[in-house]
Design a binder for this molecule. Structure first.
Ligand SMILES: Nc1ncnc2c1ncn2[C@@H]1O[C@H](COP(=O)(O)OP(=O)(O)O)[C@@H](O)[C@H]1O
Ligand SMILES: [Mg+2]
Length: 377
């Protein structure tokens, strides 16, 4: 059993980070060792563990009554506990601290953001303090509660001493400009995998959850008229700070896209995959061009998130950013699939050291605050 006051004294901590993003593809678990002075973080191991299928299916419905939501809270908490138990079975170690992001079930810009997954189950099972509910602290001081990874991007890439864009391709695409060791600006840029995943599920009648390796997009042609329509989406015009989720680019958005494009033949489906993949890359690049480039041209794009496994998306990005190189975080010793889980391990460790980790310039908050509540049993 580790008490909070004991963990605060440790200058080296084994910390687990748990995260499930808007893709709801699984629970990313990462274990790292954090040294507090001088600050260093060593990635030790990570895995993605699937949600129980019935829970994922139920969550994808996105609507629930109070009883349903209460059960989700418990079930997600238990699923996170099982995910961490599984990784610890393969990688036995004593944990001093856990940071759990939970599963976002609702997010409304600057008004409310809600993550489920009761962490008392983690505290009970692993005998150490757990930090959770990171986002709402930023909302409480007028911020949007997202993105929160920029603080971590600065910790991880600030030492490069050249301006880089840390781009995460989860359900939503977001990037952080890291320059002079600081996170200068960060934005959600629109969908990364969310629309592609939804289309994959519709096209395959539920058999596939993703356009694996961009195989369908690779067989299609980009349709300029569809692309122009997508690029006219109001989210792209909004000035920062802004954040996106299933509310903007989830099922309803895809329904409208389908009504509009009406892909009948497999060929036109492939064209839709190709067009949406290009849209994803262009939305990212246009956010760079509009909001970053005028202030700070960059030297590299460092990509993480599940989208790194989609070669068509990566190729589109490489072509758009050329001659700026597009690489993956693997080049910097960070597993792209667990970067966000690692981020919440780091944010948890900072929280118990009383370090504010929201960046007001990024989230729109009135001031820096501590992120996360501490649960100790
Ligand atoms: N081999 C692959 N080919 C294409 N897309 C992939 C592949 N592997 C993962 N992805 C995409 O990455 C997504 C998961 O990325 P992740 O970073 O976990 O997102 P989130 O943070 O939203 O959960 C999947 O839903 C899928 O769209
Ligand atoms: Mg995920």
């Amino acid at each position: 059993m580790w008490k909070l006051t004991e963990v605060q004294q440790l200058t080296k901590r084994r910390v687990a980070g748990l995260m499930s993003g808007t893709s709801m593809d699984g629970i990313d678990v990462c274990i790292c060792e954090i040294q507090t002075q001088p600050w260093q973080c060593h990635w030790l191991t990570a895995q993605t563990i699937s949600y129980p299928e019935s829970l994922r299916f139920s969550l994808m419905q996105t609507q629930g009554n109070v009883a349903q939501i209460a059960h989700w809270h418990r079930q997600i908490g238990e699923a996170f506990r099982e995910a961490l138990a599984k990784i610890l079975a393969d990688f036995p170690t004593e944990l001093h601290l856990i940071g759990s992001h939970g599963q976002t079930i609702y997010h409304e810009h600057q008004k409310v953001t809600w993550q489920l997954g009761e962490v008392a189950f983690l505290a009970a099972a692993f005998g150490c303090p757990v930090v959770s509910d990171f986002r709402i602290h930023d909302v409480a001081v007028g911020g949007s509660g997202a993105p929160l990874v920029p603080y971590v991007d600065a910790q991880l890439f600030g030492y490069l001493h050249r301006p880089v864009l840390a781009l995460n391709l989860g359900g939503i695409a977001n990037f952080t400009l890291v320059a002079d060791g600081q996170a200068v600006m960060a934005l959600d840029c629109g969908p990364a995998n969310m629309v592609l995943d939804e289309l994959a599920s519709l096209f395959s009648r539920g058999q596939m959850r993703l356009d694996r390796d961009g195989a369908w997009a690779a067989q299609g042609q980009v349709r300029q008229a569809w692309l122009d329509d997508l690029m006219a989406h109001p989210f792209l015009q909004q000035p920062p700070p802004k954040s996106a989720g299933r509310e903007q680019f989830g099922g309803l958005f895809v329904q409208e896209l389908m009504n509009h494009t009406n892909p009948g033949s497999p060929r036109s489906w492939y064209d839709l995959f190709a067009t949406v993949t290009r849209f994803t890359a262009m939305a990212i690049f246009s956010h760079y061009e509009r909001w970053i480039y005028p202030h700070q041209p960059i030297t590299e794009v460092i990509v993480s998130g599940g989208g790194v496994h989609n070669p068509v998306l990566m190729r589109e990005l490489t072509q758009l950013f050329h001659p700026i190189p597009v690489s993956t975080s693997t080049n910097y010793g960070i597993d792209p699939d667990s970067k966000e889980a690692l981020a919440f391990a780091i944010l948890a460790s900072e929280r118990i050291d009383y370090k504010p980790t929201n960046i007001p310039a990024v989230t729109g908050a009135k001031r820096p605050v501590l992120l996360g509540k501490i649960t100790e049993l």
